[in-house]
Design a protein around this ligand. Sequence first.
Ligand code: AMP
Ligand code: ZN
Length: 114
Amino acid sequence: MDERDCIFCKIARGELDAEVVHDEDEVLAFKDINGRAPVHVLVIPRQHVASLEEVTSLPERVARRLFEVSSEVAAKLGVGESGYAVRINNGPDAGQEIFHLHLHVLGGESIGMP
Ligand code: AMP
Ligand code: ZN
């Protein structure tokens, strides 16, 4: 899938609505449309990167910002101290559905390992 048809690229370009919780030049965070925890946010680079196998195409500062923004969003949504999980589904066995790299930030209840 290329950037024209990618749902998360469309959200990043403002062509598709999302409940944005953090917006900056290179990174965006928005609520998961099918939230599976009281807090369930997706943090994405604006640049289209399909999976971790392509992460080298992201500038280092952007890769770092994905983690910083995950922490900032967790604090903003009130789970910074109670704790949260940051998860990347990568490839078929992980059930990756959207091939634009994203970090799930999950919190507000006990988040177990599968
Ligand atoms: P995965 O690729 O397995 O990490 O999952 C993709 C996630 O994107 C799922 O949790 C979906 O609920 C979520 N999702 C799909 N479409 C949208 C959308 N338009 N806005 C927000 N979240 C979405
Ligand atoms: Zn994309």
